[in-house]
Write a protein that binds this ligand. Sequence first.
Ligand SMILES: NC(=O)c1ccc[n+]([C@@H]2O[C@H](COP(=O)([O-])OP(=O)(O)OC[C@H]3O[C@@H](n4cnc5c(N)ncnc54)[C@H](OP(=O)(O)O)[C@@H]3O)[C@@H](O)[C@H]2O)c1
Length: 215
Amino acid sequence: MKVGILGSGDVGKVLAAGFLKHGHEVRIGTRTPDKLAEWGQKNPRVRIGSFGDSATFAEIIVLAVKGTVATEALRAAGVASLAGKIVIDTTNPIADAPPTNGVLKFFTDLDQSLMERLQREFENVRFVKAFNSVGSTCIVNPQFKGGTPTMFICGNDDAAKRAVAGILAQFGWETADMGKAEAARAIEPLCMLWCISGFLHNDWVHAFKLLTTSS
Ligand SMILES: NC(=O)c1ccc[n+]([C@@H]2O[C@H](COP(=O)([O-])OP(=O)(O)OC[C@H]3O[C@@H](n4cnc5c(N)ncnc54)[C@H](OP(=O)(O)O)[C@@H]3O)[C@@H](O)[C@H]2O)c1
């Protein structure tokens, strides 16, 4: 698939390399391509350009920017280039204020997630929340003693979620589909929970696993 990444932070770069590893074509978008010059030399098969270049090129898009600017980045990518496409939403609504005792502050509340806001503004985009509740170093084919980790996902479009579950399987994850966009109200705060042991104990290598009685 042709994958367009919006975002040049750790998540964007790790996912770009992961998609390449699994045989996809990748373009990464940033406001300042120069800042990726060194990374680009190490990853010569990834094309670097603007948010718009990535979105236009892509069959499937990954949104990996700071939560506070998610809307701005999608607008910069271009509404027409996003229309009808799957957008894997990795973002978290982390506020600029510092954490309290290791607990991040959000600019959303439990009755409204960031992904729902994005879905409302970009109506014909097929958003799927994924990859938001694990650290960037554990995103691509992580190895845990406890076995295959679980990625909680949600979104309004079932076909889009099936496509993302396929990608997650390639990346070494099992998928727990939590339903429609509203479920992002529960999935986004998993990032708070995930980060606490990092802030309190400097443990940044872990993931969630859903245990069930079914096989
Ligand atoms: N870091 C992790 O381990 C991790 C794990 C899971 C999920 N997440 C979530 O994934 C997202 C990306 O995280 P990250 O750590 O990779 O990067 P980040 O530092 O949160 O964000 C960097 C990206 O935000 C973009 N950005 C900043 N201000 C902007 C603006 N005014 N307009 C448009 N774009 C702007 C930057 O664009 P330029 O390239 O143009 O500078 C850059 O691509 C976040 O929402 C985060 O909560 C992070």
